[in-house]
Structure formats: structure tokens, C-alpha cells
Design a protein around this ligand. Structure first.
Ligand SMILES: [Zn+2]
Length: 273
């Protein structure tokens, strides 16, 4: 936070997180880039607005076809999903694509909002979201560098304008806005790191470092969660699976971890329902 109380910045290097998620999801080209941006934005949004809550962000492609999901939990674990439209090799986030941002509140409630994705720019969608749904002005820079089909670097920042901002610091930041938005330039700098990025963004403004946290690609699936997902099938469907008397092989969509569910475990579900 700047010492005058005008700005708060969260900066992140999400290269490893994005690489881990993409290794399971197999997105390519623009789809991989958008997926990387969404994961980075989910991490930054959570740290900025809801560090103690789980945040899920979803982009629905044009015409509701295909989706990208990023899921970030308070411990720093982050995972994602790429769901392509049938027969398509990528997802179109052009005019008509929508961004949904959800956070899980205590007691099972969910707070959420939806905005359009302007001009294929996920960072801009989050700026609009911050303004409309959070009544907070923020400059958002997000990007990734793809090299030979893999993510060389991914990261970004949320620079939030605080209510105490003076007119003077506001003018200074507006003057630099253009430079701030050219995030692809900063991302390819050999010195890139979150703290380096803070120095660049707040150049000349005295600020205090308030803290840091780790993010990583990791999934929180478990056999119990797989079973509870199966429990949402209707009774007839479960009965059919039990009748077939075969072990179900199921892989987690987020991380690919395999689960083997025995008929006896499913019979347990029938007894409960
Ligand atoms: Zn998993």
C-alpha cells in the first residue's frame, strides 16, 4: 500500500500454477492464453477482495459454447478446467462471451456477478467487474508468454484505488495508466517477479510491503467428494450402475487423479437416499 493511502497493489507470478493446470487441461494457443489469464485473475481477485474465501471465475464462450473455469481457495491452491464446445479446437471469447465471478460465503451461500468480456480482454472484464459489482476502481494487468506451446511466464496485478486517494496521486496514476496497461512488456522483463513488479508499478511513490502468500496448482478432490457428486445422480441411474456390478473408474476433471468406486460404495448411496 502506498504510504499516502491512495493505492493498494497485489502482484503475482503464476507461471508454475498455470503450467500445472495446463498440463492436465491441454489447452492450446489463444485458449491456453485465456485460461492462463483467468487463473491469474482468480488468484489476484481473491487476494484483493476475498482472501479468506474460495473464488471461482468462469468464462462462457460466445453463444454459451464451451467454458473456462478457475477455482482458487484461501490456502493458495488453485485449479482450473477447460471445457471445449463439441468438435471445436478452442473457445471463442469474442463479442458475447461472459465472465462470472463467484465467492463462497460462510454457510454455503454464494455471492456472484456477471459481466461481458470486452474485446477478448479478460483483464478489462475484471476492471468492469470491480467497478460494477464491487464499486472499486482498479487497474488490472494480466498476461502470459507462450513459447513452443508451453507457458514460459504468467502473472499480473490488481492496482486498486482506495477511498483516501488525493487528487494529486490520482492525477499521477492516470498519467501512467497507459504504461501500466502495457503489461506484456513487463512480463517479458528478465527481472520479472512480484516484488520487482511492485517497484515498477509504484515507481517514485513511497509504499509499505504488507505481506505475501504462496499460490500453487493443486486440487482438493477426494473419494468423499467424488461419491457426493455421484449422489446427485437420480436413484434409477445409481441402481443401474449397481446392477451392472462393475467398478467405476472416474478421473477428477481438474487434476486427472483416478478414483475407483466399488458397487458396494454406491449401494451405500442407495441406502442413504
Ligand atoms: Zn482433483
Amino acid at each position: 500500500m502506498t504510504d499516502d493511502g491512495a493505492f493498494r497493489v497485489i502482484a503475482a507470478d503464476t507461471s508454475e500454477t498455470v503450467r500445472g493446470a495446463l498440463a492436465v487441461q491441454h489447452g492450446q494457443g489463444d485458449t491456453a492464453r485465456h485460461f492462463a489469464d483467468l487463473l491469474t485473475a482468480a488468484v489476484l481477485f481473491r487476494e484483493t477482495m476475498a482472501p479468506q474465501l474460495r473464488v471461482q471465475t468462469i468464462i462462457k464462450g460466445v453463444g454459451g459454447l464451451g467454458s473456462l473455469v478457475a477455482d482458487a481457495d484461501p490456502s493458495g491452491r488453485t485449479r482450473g478446467l477447460i471445457q471445449l464446445p463439441p468438435g471445436a479446437s478452442g473457445i471463442d471469447v469474442g463479442a458475447g462471451a461472459m465472465l462470472r465471478v463467484m465467492r463462497s460465503l460462510p454457510g454455503g451461500r454464494v455471492q456472484q456477478g456477471v459481466v461481458r468480456v470486452p474485446d477478448r480482454r479478460i483483464s478489462d472484464a475484471f476492471m468492469v467487474y470491480m467497478q460494477r459489482s464491487e464499486q472499486s476502481l482498479a487497474v488490472v494487468g494480466i498476461g502470459s508468454v507462450l513459447e513452443a506451446g508451453t507457458i514460459r511466464r504468467a502473472g499480473g496485478y490488481f492496482l486498486q484505488l482506495l477511498p483516501g486517494a488525493s487528487r494529486q496521486s490520482l492525477v499521477a496514476m492516470v498519467a501512467r495508466e497507459r504504461q501500466l496497461r502495457r503489461f506484456d512488456v513487463q512480463l517479458t522483463d528478465p527481472d520479472f517477479s512480484p516484488s520487482w513488479l511492485l517497484d515498477v508499478l509504484l515507481e517514485g511513490l513511497p509504499f509499505t510491503h504488507l505481506g505475501h502468500s504462496q499460490v500453487r496448482f493443486d486440487c482438493w478432490c477426494s473419494e468423499v467428494r467424488v461419491l457426493s457428486a455421484l449422489a446427485t445422480l437420480n436413484r434409477t441411474e445409481i441402481e443401474q450402475i449397481v446392477k451392472a456390478d462393475e467398478v467405476l473408474d472416474i478421473a477428477c476433471d481438474y487434476c486427472g487423479k483416478p478414483y475407483r468406486i466399488a458397487p458396494s460404495q454406491l449401494r451405500g448411496l442407495l441406502d442413504e437416499s
